[in-house]
Write a protein that binds this ligand. Sequence first.
Ligand code: HEM
Length: 84
Amino acid sequence: MAGDLDVAPSDLTRVAARNGGVFSYAQVMARIHGYPGQFDVMPEFGPLFAGPTVAWRDPETGKVIETPRALLAVATYLDSIQRG
Ligand code: HEM
């Protein structure tokens, strides 16, 4: 169905490749979560991630952020399917 959308969704196996080889968990989770009322073509999935959170340390900044466990699980999965 991707071809029927006005803007084609990104190839999620090449997120890191498009970002200089770095898989940025913070960027990816922000993109998936979305910001209320501030999305254009990619749906906002934040409301689906209500539930337990974990204290996740962003390796890029060292900051600890309370992060929905399910959102972190999706990002970890995406990290596992990256290809060059
Ligand atoms: C499990 C469901 C989904 C996940 C985990 C997901 C995740 C992502 C991520 C991580 C990006 C950014 C990629 C990058 O920066 O390289 C992205 C982009 C995008 N996604 Fe999704 N997505 C999902 C479902 C959808 C659906 C259902 C649509 C459309 C109906 C969609 C449309 C788009 C579009 C158009 C982009 C590129 C433009 C933009 O970044 O806003 N996605 N998606």
